[in-house]
Design a protein around this ligand. Structure first.
Ligand code: MG
Length: 454
């Protein structure tokens, strides 16, 4: 029988006490420790109520495998990842369920360079877990329990050193930060403080129940941010997801923007000011990124949807910048993982150096029409539906992740949802009529393929 995959798009996710029992988490620590073999691992966690205990359970497993486990406590995921690399750890484990509702938690395993272990390595860890082929240390070689208090400090100072701090300080920005009771509550406001900003903080205390606006920043959940930006005449607002790797921006007029538009102006800024001419993004991101890259003679490389895929391409190809439509931005010179704190500092630098307002900077981007549809479809039938539609599709097609059909400046993308029995159809075009007709055509094809299943 095929064993159930434990690692999803972004680590292992589940509900503590149900899927993520202490026993399971300790055994995963043992499996990750067996995989690492030897050395010292950093263990960090997000704000969830179950996180400190699960971090102790995973540390116990690591130590039983003979790995020293260094407890870094509460910190944003990108801060833990940066600390693993910067402070010379042999790997690390982060307890987090990112933007998921409060009842969830998760386990993310990282290599010595701070980035998520590869898909192949996830497979190896799963095999160790299922075969129960754990390395168990004896009393002499059992791992030690250490403390790592420097995580936040090194993260903040590295970010400040990556930008033109003097220029930002001179601009004296007013920034509303909605950390959503999440992990950036302990880092992002301090980055802004070091960069001389006036800070208005919303939902600024860590709370595992995410009582403020939930752990996922979207235009709907960021209405308080938008109001505060207007009320305080702020230069911009920013909202983070639960573990602080993604950031969604609100302009000086109170408009909350999707990640591919804020990411596009940052792409422009980075290509203008840093060395490097390669940008990595996923197949789901707006073509506005291509327009921006073209202006600088830079290349855009597209991956499957998922931050781990973007990270891998960025490292392999030495890309300077990466972005996702959900507000994840990756700044190569810092670390090739998405990072809400680094992204915010780059946004401040953009405003300081261009002297633009955020709304003005965003309004310079070409505009595209977008559309979204979803279809109910049993999880095990989704691949079949995509295959059927692929046979009938006309135009240039890309099948690296679902089905993407491109026709000039119009494209549609059919993909299964990560967790639900749903297929999603996205579309984008510079021409509204063309978009509508292409969406209608593929909507009918998908519907016909679903109906033919019965
Ligand atoms: Mg996240």
């Amino acid at each position: 029988m095929e064993q159930k995959r434990l690692f999803g798009t972004n680590g292992i996710r589940g509900i503590p006490g149900k899927d993520l029992t202490l026993h399971f988490v300790a055994e995963m620590g043992l499996a990750i420790g067996t995989f690492l073999g030897k050395g010292v691992a950093l263990v960090g966690h997000d704000v969830r109520n179950s996180s400190p205990t699960l971090a102790m359970a995973v540390a116990a497993g690591l130590q039983e495998a003979g790995i020293d486990a260094s407890n870094a406590g509460l910190l944003p995921t990108p801060a833990a990842q940066f600390a693993i690399r910067k402070l010379g750890y042999d790997g690390g484990v982060i307890i987090t369920a990112s933007h998921n509702p409060p009842e969830y938690n998760g386990i993310k395993a990282c290599s010595a360079n701070g980035v998520e272990v590869s898909r192949d390595d996830e497979g190896t860890i799963e095999k160790i877990y299922y075969d129960k082929k754990f390395k168990r240390a004896d009393w002499k070689t059992v791992g030690r329990s250490l403390e790592e208090p420097r995580g936040i400090r090194v993260y903040i100072s590295a970010i400040v050193s990556q930008v033109d701090a003097e220029a930002i300080r001179k601009r004296k920005l007013t920034v509303v930060m909605d950390t959503g009771n999440g992990a950036q509550s302990v880092a992002a406001p301090y980055i802004a403080e070091e960069l001389g900003c006036r800070i208005i903080s919303l939902n600024g205390h860590p709370d595992g129940n995410f009582p403020g606006r939930g752990a996922e920043p979207t235009p709907d959940t960021l209405s308080a941010l938008s109001k505060a930006v207007i009320a305080y005449s702020a230069d911009f607002g920013v909202g983070y997801d639960g573990d602080g790797d993604r950031s969604i921006f609100c302009d000086d007029k109170g408009i909350v923007h999707y990640g591919d538009r804020s990411g596009a102006i940052l792409t422009d800024h980075v290509l203008q000011t840093r060395k490097g001419n390669l940008v990595v993004t996923t197949i789901a991101t707006s073509q506005v990124v291509d327009d921006v890259a073209e202006k600088h003679g830079a290349k855009v490389l597209r991956t499957r949807v998922g931050s781990v895929d973007v990270t891998k391409e960025m490292i392999d190809k030495k890309a300077v910048f990466g972005l996702e439509e959900n507000g994840g931005c990756f700044f190569g010179p810092h670390i090739e993982v998405r990072d809400g704190g680094m992204t915010t500092a780059l946004m401040m630098e953009l405003l300081a150096m261009t002297k633009d307002t955020l709304s003005a900077a965003l309004s310079k981007l070409p505009k595209y029409h977008q559309a979204k549809l979803k279809f109910e479809c049993p999880i095990d039938k989704r691949a079949k539906v995509i295959e059927e539609v692929t046979h009938k599709a006309q135009g240039r097609i890309d099948t690296q992740d679902g089905l993407k059909i491109l026709d000039g400046k119009t494209w549609v993308l059919l993909r299964p949802s990560g967790t639900e029995p749903i297929l999603r159809l996205f579309g984008e075009s510079d021409n509204k009529e063309k978009l509508d007709s292409m969406m209608q055509k593929y909507k009918e094809m998908v519907q016909a393929a679903i109906n033919s299943l019965h």
